[in-house]
Design a protein around this ligand. Structure first.
Ligand SMILES: Cc1cc2nc3c(=O)[nH]c(=O)nc-3n(C[C@H](O)[C@H](O)[C@H](O)COP(=O)(O)OP(=O)(O)OC[C@H]3O[C@@H](n4cnc5c(N)ncnc54)[C@H](O)[C@@H]3O)c2cc1C
Length: 280
């Protein structure tokens, strides 16, 4: 595994998206709620993490998100998704646009076939490309078809296909994990986010990364008691705490200052009907 993130696990300033990446320690399929949260945790632990996302989270159809902890007045779901992407980027996650169409094993790694890339010139947009990854996290509600060739166990229920996982998100295939609604979790944002975090931490624990606790603590919390700062934890002094708190206030003020510019989404079967709902 490479040492991509800062060793303190804190945010990075470099550009998040990477249309050229052909390798990753952890490739997350799906940049929705579960995938972005899983990726944030693996990246913060130092694993080189790439999210490939085909289109848009189903959460973009929500009209006002009122049951996510920490938002007493609710939050625009498109804004919430923006904030998740921004947070992943801040923590060193790289993101690409594309649809994963196949995953095969190639020796010790997985060969992931991706179709389409928003950052490519139009002429190349539909050319298949390959990404090699040590670990694959499927967070691609509602598509698990690309796992068929690997023999990943799934369960059909009507038109839906769920990936079968253990309590921590491991599938029956070593190195392949699944998170979010794709695993038949409850269908709420906080549940799939929590599951994404849990699966991300499972990936970290299953890797060679030293034991990891993703905590930011006040200066001296460990060291003044004669303890080392555990891997993944960070102690910050009062000045740094105030700097981060001020930056956080500023960013959230800006995020909530204006209505979100994106239009309300709805069910695809209602799009382009006589009400023109997508464009409202
Ligand atoms: C109308 C509506 C309203 C809702 N309201 C609420 C609410 O008020 N509160 C609440 O808690 N929950 C709500 N939900 C549920 C919530 O949106 C979902 O539970 C949550 O988004 C599921 O997260 P996920 O990460 O599993 O999937 P998603 O967030 O949908 O993310 C999956 C991602 O995978 C991508 N993907 C799929 N296939 C591929 C592929 N082959 N390759 C690459 N990427 C792929 C998709 O483009 C998508 O971005 C609502 C849902 C709907 C439809």
């Amino acid at each position: 595994m490479s040492d991509h993130a800062t060793d303190s696990g804190s945010a990075q300033d470099d550009a998040p998206t990477d249309g050229d990446a052909t390798t990753a320690d952890v490739l997350v399929v799906g940049g929705g709620v579960a995938g972005l949260t899983a990726a944030t945790f693996t990246a913060r632990a130092g694993l080189d993490t790439l999210v490939v996302d085909a289109a848009e989270s189903i959460l973009a159809r929500n009209a006002h998100l009122e049951n996510v902890p920490g938002f007493p007045g609710g939050v625009d779901s498109r804004l919430f998704l923006d904030l998740l992407r921004e947070q992943a980027d801040e923590n060193g996650v790289r993101r690409q646009t594309g649809r994963v169409s196949d995953v095969t094993r190639d020796g010790e790694t997985f060969a992931v076939t991706v179709v389409g890339d928003a950052s490519a010139p139009d002429a190349e947009a539909d050319v298949d490309r390959r990404i090699d990854a040590e670990v694959v996290v499927a967070a691609s509600w509602a598509d698990a078809s690309y796992l068929d060739g690997l023999g990943v166990e799934t369960r059909r229920a009507g038109s839906k296909q769920y990936v079968v996982v253990d309590d921590l998100g491991r599938t029956n295939v070593d190195g392949v994990y699944a998170a979010g609604r794709l695993t038949e979790t409850y269908h709420q944002a906080v549940v799939v986010a929590g599951h994404g975090a849990e699966v991300g931490l499972t990936v970290v624990h299953d890797s060679e990364t030293p034991y990891y606790n993703d905590w930011v603590t006040p200066e001296g919390y460990f060291t003044d008691r004669g303890r080392e700062v555990p891997p993944g934890c960070e102690e910050i002094d009062a000045e740094e705490r105030e700097r981060r708190a001020a930056a956080s206030r500023e960013r959230m003020r800006a995020a909530f200052a204006d209505p979100h510019p994106e239009p309300q989404r709805t069910h695809p079967s209602l799009v382009d009907d006589e009400l023109g709902r997508l464009d409202e």
